[in-house]
Write a protein that binds this ligand. Sequence first.
Ligand code: GLN
Ligand code: ZN
Length: 768
Amino acid sequence: MKTNNLGYPRIGSNRELKKASELYWSGNITAEELIAIGKNIRKENWAIQREAGIDLIPSNDFSFYDQVLDLSLTLGVIPEQYAAFAKENLVLDLYFAMARGAQKGGQDVVAMEMTKWFDTNYHYIVPEFTKNQEFSLLSEKIIDEYKEAKVAGYETKPVIIGPVSYLLLGKEKQEGFHRIDLIDKLLPVYFDILQKLQDQNVAYIQFDEPFLALNLSDVERAALVQTYTQINEKFPNLKIILANYFDCFGENLATALSLPVHAFHIDLVRCPLQLDDILESNLLTKNTILSLGVVDGRNIWKNDFKNSLTLIQKATDALGTDRVWIAPSCSLIHSPCDLDLETNEETLTPEIKQWLAFAKQKIDEVVTLRNLATNEITENDQALFEENTLANINRKKATIIHNDAVKNRVAAIVEKDSKRNSPFSIRRQQQIDALKLPLFPTTTIGSFPQTPEVRSWRAKFKKGELSPIEYDALLQKETEETIRFQEESGIDVLVHGEFERNDMVEYFGEQLDGFAFTKNGWVQSYGSRCVKPPVIYGDVSRPNPMTVKWAQFAQSVTSKWVKGMLTGPVTILQWSFVRNDQPRSVTCTQIALAIRDEVVDLEKAGIKIIQIDEPAIREGLPLRKEEWATYLEWAIRAFRISASGVSDDTQIHTHMCYSEFNDIIQNIADMDADVITIECSRSQMELLDAFADFKYPNEIGPGVYDIHSPRVPSSQEMVDLLEKAAAVIPIDQLWVNPDCGLKTRHWDETKKALIEMVKAAKQMRVAV
Ligand code: GLN
Ligand code: ZN
């Protein structure tokens, strides 16, 4: 029974790769230095895995930016505009030009498009295909890294994204073809790679085909059969491991199991029942191996050995120990590196820490499980088993997890708790009377520039170098100045600026019960960007108001309306590590009740407009369409619970970025926010069409300028966009605002842009 790992975090346990990449980009270290740091990380990762006892250690799981971009470079899929960078013969420069855009010697290219890797928070660079796309072996990274490992003394299993998933991850840059049609042209390059690996005496190769977990067309399924049949014919001696993860095979089961490969890897964390499906189907050909993904690669909880051993036992009973491998559910790039680095007992108590496992610990779990499942149990394994059992019992019984008041409150929720008192048409008139806003009311999305100064105050406050009173005084001054600017520029609905917040989820998590924080629990989001999600370990409740003080302060210094600013329950859930001992929907509902209390308290404090941000609603959608409805039902309900505790004349806003809403517009409307602000300027208002076609009934603020760039737009540009919006949405439903929060911008450009924005709104009012 072998132990198998699909991929190891490549950022380095102290984010060495992030730091080195950023130094290289700013010209502070050389390419050779960066390459050396990459090499070191690889070597360390291989050493950790071998020391733990992993049999099938991956190579080519390292990447300087993204594994999909690595493969595009390997296969020569380079969009035309980057060709000039290729000529310079420095692969790294071409690579980063595609990843990040570049300006050099008169060349000026933007970055390639980035999008989410399935339902994770990892983002990959989208391959671009033309109708006559050619493929050729441009980079030998996969072969080089195998050789590098060998020289360092490691026999590894190269990992590559399978050809079908690679094509499906990309997009067509021209009309008149489907990218899956390119399979015939693509396969020969894969064969080149396999030939070279075979020449190096590689034994095992892992092909990732995570699209097997999605709804596939017949043509796509046929491409899978063609691919793996041909590989088997040409390379009968290579042992191909076909890896699927993030969901089960579903209706692709029969196709998948018919493929002539050496082993299948399956994700038993997301889909434990599929083990029965596979074993009962009798479709697994004789001798084929099953790699059981029993250790969660996506979350930070310690494995439950008893549970896993039951699954493993079931598999070995049917297949024998030789045909079963033990593995994490997916690549560990979605886990933080090493729990041993968590030494801050204040934010992560020993009690909670004993329930967790990061990548390094997960590797150990895989090996221990294997030992426990075979007859090689040593005293140490036995001790580890007992420790694991105890930790899991402790977790179930822990008083800090369970809060009966919260559970009872969730159980007592009734229909009316997720409904405003009156329908929008009635609320609307009351809000018009109460708020007296002009046509085309202007507002912002919440945050104003977080200057280095503001950040330094927070750092000093956290270190104890500023007292709470001193810190508050500084923030009050910044907030008041921001209010004054908004008044002077003529904005109608003001915000306090969010200067007290580090991050829109962490700020709330820190004040809610049921959340813990890590010091070093970084996970790669894209390129050098890493995130450190909070850990939701227990029932969530709100001991005290979280934002009322700042909203109230801001409202006290102005006679205009100040909008209260909250993060919504789905976004808090989505951007955290969520407990796995109850359904996500229950945890989300608990958060919703906490936010509801905050909304009610804001109203009591005299705040008449309250925004509940939900930028992550869309990314929570399950991979399979048939599961969308269930998710949307509880997610939208959670938002409504958070928003429905106030009277009709209190106006609820929500905000979402990346607003591709065509397929869920009914659900967005069901949220029943009085006003929604969305990102729109980069698409020239095209994203608004979904709302227009649907005849979206409530008010809507399509972003009129892009906050991702320092560029100051002219009022005329914004008038043009507003006219486009006014052509499809009744003007008394329209708001005027930027695309998103302004926290990453400088003050100078922010002021100029907002002054232009108010000018644009005034011009629109005159034209009416
Ligand atoms: N209110 C938040 C801000 O302005 C919203 C951020 C977001 O949508 N991602 O920063
Ligand atoms: Zn936004």
